[in-house]
Every structure is written in structure tokens, then in C-alpha cells.
Design a protein around this ligand. Structure first.
Ligand code: WTA
Length: 655
């Protein structure tokens, strides 16, 4: 517990401007408190009211929450709806010509699509998928670059009740294969390649490789979106081009009405074992929370231009690109490229050109842009901005202050949004027209979210003390289960050690005397590298799968830009390598991890030893490894260490 006590002392407080408060959807502390009180006094009434107000139901629900099979909660279960209908059809009469997505490609070319056009393209593609034999409940793996087509693919699945599972385009063939197998996918939607920083990165070849690994026989079709035009293998009749799939299809498609509990998607994320978890989300609760947080946290208004920079391969891209903004009828920016191409002014240039008013990005991007040009934003006209957001990791107060001063010109509230793949949408975040912010704190839970900090036995800790972040009551957009593994769901999120009652987030946190939450970081073996979740066990399994490796342990170490960097301790089957040989093996292993998982998981440094530091009972002393990785002097008690001499070997990092 001592490890997760924060040492941070941050006393600066930034209340929202009067002008912002006046116009905000939730305006002033009294409004927030009224909502929070409503939720406390009549929990089900509160969520039921919101679900009726914000969602278009095909058939209304009669019961808000069913808790009889704890922790497999059901929300609005007998209600029927369609997620795509809630995102598209609802705007057809009111604002068909409004731009839904402003897409900017890597090379700067811009494509705009209106709500009406998006609706027709989704319908056409949905009809095409149906013709391929894909039906309600089928799993469809999506492996696409950032493109309007990615949104269309997700929406089309939702329209016909198919369950999508999006795999980030930066993940490897092996990851694709594992997810196809685990989800039992019947179709894959991919592209020939993707463009990043002017370079072409192939995608389809990774799918071919995944097939070659075996286990993908359930996949009957691979739909190919042509992005780069590079030659690829087309295995007819299995592989079909997108254009052929939609050709001659009608551009209207009756939505498949599904139960609110029907799975909308599965999204894989890292946990503390080697196998990623297929986080399963519902339709009704998920759509509700994505709408509410667009309105509450982002204060979305009809005139806003909203930009979330995440990739659709992550949950942030799901909720705040593919569903939330569309369900609210917003105009949003979607970007194919990277923030540093053609130069580090790309984000600021795009904000200026598209008159972005709400900008949502990751602390790691902010830190890297500070480094590449702290004054660059001043060269652009950023006066369209009115609200800024961050997500994915704790933001250090220095980066927060820069974002506030240089990007927001001290006018824009910053919403530091804490949430997870499992929570579906924001959980703890300032409401911009309500909560005075403190740099580095995600502040207060949303109304209806019963967040708390508890000790090892599940008891509340005093304010000012650290502990485990939990959510005491279920909420509509929560994870329903881990696909195919309900036991793992129960054990990971409702562990018996804590009494089994509360959702355990896996983060350490503490609350200050004002009740503000400060997230300290993961309490499990999960790293946060550039805002991406990576399990240390996953990387370890990848390393030991290499024929050269006998044993491996992976830990994180603090990194200025990435937040955390991956450090691998490796024992080879042969002798411990030195000099150039060590460099060569390190490169081989780094590339190997890149192939097994994806380039984001490549270790920054590898440290070779004849063995790993272990206790006499054979347990790897991870705490010690973390100290070594940080270059700290070892003050821990190493008397129980079986093999103390290897500590010196491990001090040498091969980069
Ligand atoms: C971390 C991303 C501090 C946290 C939406 C969480 C944060 C994990 C914040 C989830 C924040 C996310 N402040 N830490 N504002 N937001 N995290 O599933 O450790 O990719 O458990 O979801 O990121 O990562 P995931």
C-alpha cells in the first residue's frame, strides 16, 4: 500500500471561467450535486430516466437493472434498440446535410461526409455484409487504418447486430490470429495497407500471415478496402474488395433491433496474464454512456467541431470517434497520420484549419510535442478551441500547465478523463462547467459513478491516503464479461480478496482532502507505454517463445515522453552475450517482440544475465528488477536472494 501513496503536492486550482459555466450543459456545482444526489437516492430511477431521455428505443425497457446474477449485471435488458440507428437515422430528418466526419489523410487531403451520406454508406455496406452471410451475433474482426471506412465498418456491424472486434493496425499478424481464434470471427475487414508519415505500412500481408498460422478456418470472407493500391494477394473467393461488396446494394438497410444486452463489440486489452482479455460490451448501456459523456464531459454543442486523436483500434476511438460524437450529431475530425508529420505543428495546423473547438488527446502526445516545439502552437490560430481533454495515463502537472497555457491560452478548461476499456466511457473527470481543476488530478466521479479508494480488505481509506480504485455500484456501460471466460472476468474484476463486491479497476489512487481522485498507476503487471496498455506477461511470453531465450522478466521504468518504457531482463539458453554480440541479440529480440505483439511492445532496453534474481523459493524479485531498471542504488534486502552476483550483470543495459 505504501507504494501507491502519492508524493505529489499540487496546490494550483483552476476554476472554469464564468462564461464557460454560463453556457455549459451542466452548469455549476449545484447542478452536479443535484445529479449526484438523484443517483444516490434513486439509483435505478436516475439511470432509467437518462436512458429514456437520451436513447431512441425501438421497444422500451421495463426493468433498469438486474443484479440477481452478481457480477454479471444486466441493464435495460428487455429494451430493444440499434446502436447505428441511434447514431445515424436519428439525424436524417433534423440535419442530413451536416458534416459528420472531416477526414484528413496522412498527406493532408481532406474528405468530408455528411450524416446523410454516412447513413447511406453504412446501409450499403451493411447490406453487403448480409449478402456475405454475416448475421446477428457473428463476430467480425476489423483491422483497418484510420479511415471513414473504419467507422462505416463498425457501424455496419452494429446495424446488422454483428459483433465487431477491432484490432489496432499497429498490432502484428500473431495478435490478429489470436484474436480471430479467440473471438471465433467469421469475417475480417482489412485494407491493403495504411499510410503513416508518408510511408506505406502493409496490413493485408499480416492477415495472410495470420491465416498461415492456422486456426482461422471459421473466417469465410476477408473484405478488402483499397487504401494504398499496392499489390496484394487476393485469395478468391474468400477475399473480396469492398467496392464489389457494396456494388448494387441498396443504400437503405432496416436496422436489426437487438436487446440492450446484446454485445455491441469485443475489444482485446492487456491484463496480468500472457493472454489478452476480450472485453465484451453491451449495446444499450454503452450507447447511453457514450452519449452522456459527450454531453457532460465534452459539453458537446451543435456548433462544435470535436477531435479525438485516438485510433479506432483503442476504446477511446470506439467511444469518442465511432459512436459518441455521431450519436450526438456532432461534426468530428478524424486523422489518419501522426502528430509529427510533416512536422510537429500538424495538430495545431489541423486545429486551425478545421476550427476545432474540442480537442482530446493523450499526455504522451502532449509531452512529445512540447519536446519538439514548445512554442510551435503560438504560430497557429487556435482561437477556435474552447475545451481540452486528456486520456490514457496520468498527466504530469508540467505538461498540464503547458497544455493549459500554450494550447488553451488559459481560456479552455482541461478535462483529465479517467476510464478504461472495461468502463466503456469516462468515469472520473472534471465536468468543464462545474469542477475547478488541479493539474494531474482527474478530480471527481461522474454522477451515478460510485468510485472509491479502498484498502486490501475493501474498507474505505481516509481521505489523503492511498489505496485501490474501485467502483462500488455497477454502471450501464461496464464490461459484461470476458469473451469466453466468465471466470476470469469474475476473478479479475470482482476478486474475493476484496469481498467480491466492488469492481476493481487495477489502478492505485488516492483522494485528497477535497475528495479529488489522483491516479497513481497500475497495481498489476500492466504497463502504460505511450498511453497503451501492455501486459508484462504478454511481452515475457513473447520473449520466451524465441528459441534463443531461456527466461525473461519484463518491468516498466519511467520515461519522459512515453510515461513508461519497457525493460526486459533476459537469460539466454547459451552463454550471456557481451559487446557487439549482445547488441545483435538485443536487436533480434526486439524485432521478435515487434512481430509477436507489435512495435509498441518492443523493449527499450534489454539486460542480459546468467540468471534472474530469485528468492530461495524461486520467485523472481520484480521489485528489485524495477529498481535496477531505474538505475537506483539497491537498498532492498537481498539476503534472501539465491544468486546475488547476477545483480551486477543486470546493471548493464543494451539499447
Ligand atoms: C490509465 C484508456 C490516469 C489507467 C481509456 C487505466 C489513466 C488505463 C487515465 C486504462 C487518466 C486512463 N489518468 N490514468 N486520465 N486514463 N488511465 O484500457 O491506468 O487503454 O487503468 O483505456 O489507463 O487503459 P485503457
Amino acid at each position: 500500500m505504501a507504494n501507491i501513496e502519492s508524493v505529489l503536492q499540487e496546490n494550483r486550482v483552476f476554476p472554469p471561467s464564468e462564461e464557460f459555466v454560463k453556457k455549459a450543459t451542466i452548469s455549476g456545482m449545484a447542478a452536479y450535486e443535484a445529479l449526484a444526489k438523484e443517483a444516490e437516492q434513486d439509483f435505478e430511477g436516475f439511470w432509467g430516466r437518462l436512458a429514456r431521455e437520451h436513447i431512441l428505443w425501438h421497444k422500451p425497457f421495463s426493468q433498469v437493472l438486474n443484479e440477481s446474477n452478481h457480477p454479471f449485471y444486466k441493464w435495460f435488458e428487455d429494451g430493444q434498440l440499434n446502436a447505428s440507428y441511434n447514431c445515424l437515422d436519428r439525424h436524417l430528418k433534423t440535419q442530413p446535410k451536416k458534416v459528420a466526419i472531416i477526414f484528413e489523410a496522412d498527406d493532408g487531403s481532406v474528405t468530408k461526409i455528411t450524416y446523410e451520406q454516412l447513413y447511406h454508406r453504412v446501409c450499403q455496406f451493411a447490406n453487403g455484409l448480409k449478402k456475405l452471410g454475416i448475421k446477428k451475433g457473428d463476430r467480425v474482426l476489423i483491422y483497418l487504418p484510420m479511415a471513414i471506412e473504419a467507422v462505416i465498418a463498425m457501424q455496419a456491424c452494429a446495424r446488422i447486430g454483428a459483433i465487431h472486434s477491432v484490432v489496432f493496425g499497429g498490432f502484428s499478424a500473431k495478435s490478429v490470429q489470436e484474436r480471430i481464434v479467440d473471438a471465433g470471427a467469421v469475417a475480417v475487414i482489412t485494407a491493403d495497407g495504411q499510410m503513416r508519415s508518408g510511408k506505406e505500412i502493409p496490413l493485408k500481408p499480416a492477415v495472410d500471415e495470420a491465416f498461415a498460422m492456422g486456426g482461422c478456418d471459421a473466417v469465410k470472407h476477408v473484405v478488402l478496402y483499397k487504401r494504398t493500391g499496392s499489390p496484394i494477394h487476393v485469395h478468391a473467393p474468400r477475399d473480396v474488395w469492398w467496392d464489389d461488396v457494396v456494388r448494387d446494394e441498396p443504400d437503405v438497410c432496416e436496422p436489426e433491433w437487438v436487446s440492450a444486452e446484446h454485445p455491441l463489440f469485443i475489444l482485446y486489452t492487456s491484463g496480468s496474464t500472457g493472454k489478452p482479455k476480450g472485453v465484451q460490451h453491451s449495446t444499450g448501456g454503452y450507447v447511453l454512456h457514450s452519449i452522456l459523456t459527450m454531453k457532460w464531459t465534452f459539453d458537446i454543442k451543435p456548433t462544435d467541431v470535436f477531435w479525438c486523436t485516438a485510433d479506432v483500434g483503442w476504446v477511446t476511438g470506439h467511444t469518442y470517434i465511432s459512436y459518441g460524437p455521431l450519436a450526438c450529431g456532432a461534426t468530428e475530425v478524424m486523422f489518419e497520420g501522426v502528430p509529427t508529420y510533416p512536422d510537429a505543428g500538424r495538430f495545431w495546423h489541423m486545429i486551425q484549419e478545421h476550427k476545432v473547438s474540442i480537442f482530446y488527446t493523450a499526455p504522451t502526445a502532449i509531452r512529445s510535442l512540447i519536446k519538439l516545439g514548445a512554442d510551435l502552437p503560438k504560430k497557429y490560430n487556435l482561437s477556435s478551441l474552447r475545451l481540452l481533454g486528456t486520456v490514457g495515463e496520468p498527466i504530469n502537472p508540467e505538461a498540464w500547465m503547458w497544455y493549459h497555457r500554450v494550447v488553451g491560452n488559459e481560456r479552455c478548461p482541461i478535462v483529465d478523463t479517467w476510464w478504461q476499456t472495461e468502463t466503456g466511457a469516462h468515469m472520473i473527470t472534471p465536468l468543464p462547467g462545474v469542477v475547478p481543476t488541479k493539474p494531474g488530478s482527474c478530480t471527481l466521479p461522474l454522477p451515478g459513478i460510485m468510485a472509491a479508494v479502498v484498502d486490501e480488505t475493501g474498507g474505505d481509506v481516509e481521505k489523503g491516503k492511498g489505496g485501490f480504485l474501485v467502483i462500488k455500484r455497477p454502471w450501464p456501460s461496464m464490461i459484461r464479461t470476458i469473451w469466453g471466460d466468465p471466470e476470469r472476468f469474475k476473478n479479475s474484476y470482482y476478486p474475493a480478496e476484496l469481498g467480491g463486491k466492488y469492481y476493481l479497476a487495477g489502478d492505485g489512487a488516492n483522494r485528497d482532502l477535497d475528495g479529488y481522485f489522483w491516479i497513481v498507476g497500475r497495481i498489476d503487471d500492466v504497463l502504460n507505454v505511450s498511453g497503451h496498455r501492455l501486459g508484462t506477461m504478454e511481452i515475457e511470453s513473447a520473449l520466451v517463445a524465441n528459441p534463443l531465450v531461456a527466461e525473461a522478466a519484463v518491468v516498466g521504468k519511467p520515461h519522459d515522453i512515453k510515461g513508461e518504457a519497457v525493460v526486459a531482463f533476459v537469460v539466454l539458453k547459451g552463454a550471456r552475450p557481451a559487446g557487439d554480440a549482445a547488441k545483435e541479440v538485443a536487436k533480434t529480440l526486439r524485432d521478435w517482440v515487434g512481430q509477436e505483439i507489435g512495435p509498441i511492445a518492443k523493449p527499450d532496453e534489454i539486460r542480459f544475465g546468467e540468471n534472474l534474481p530469485k528468492t530461495r523459493s524461486g520467485k523472481i524479485m520484480r521489485r528489485l528488477l524495477r529498481s535496477i531498471a531505474k538505475g537506483e542504488e539497491i537498498k532492498q534486502d537481498v539476503s534472501t536472494l539465491e544468486n546475488p552476483h547476477i545483480l551486477d550483470q543486470l546493471k548493464e543495459a543494451v539499447k
